[in-house]
Design a binder for this molecule. Structure first.
Ligand SMILES: [Zn+2]
Length: 92
């Protein structure tokens, strides 16, 4: 998969989780992703509902490499699930 903001690529899902890739985030109602740790560290906030969201000051200013209507790839879905499982095991 590829960072939707800077285009950095990573192939290994486990590696991407270790590095702290974000599978998706919200800009208003729109969902984007995945995002590399470099971009997410600068651009993303954790919202009150626990979802990652674009910081206020960047709203409408990011040019994404993806198409808005693109369905999440299988990789992205797997990563979402893996990260959710990791979060669950941390919380429990
Ligand atoms: Zn990036």
């Amino acid at each position: 998969m590829e960072c939707t903001i800077c285009g950095m690529e990573i192939d290994d899902i486990e590696e991407s989780i270790e590095q702290g890739w974000t599978p998706y985030f919200y800009e208003g109602e729109l969902e984007h992703g995945p995002v590399c740790p470099g971009c997410s560290g600068i651009l993303l906030n954790k919202a009150e509902d626990g979802e990652m969201e674009l910081k206020q000051e960047y709203l409408g200013k990011i040019l994404y490499l993806e198409g808005y209507l693109e369905e999440p790839s299988e990789d992205e879905i797997l990563i979402s699930i893996a990260i959710e499982n990791t979060m669950q095991s941390i919380l429990n």
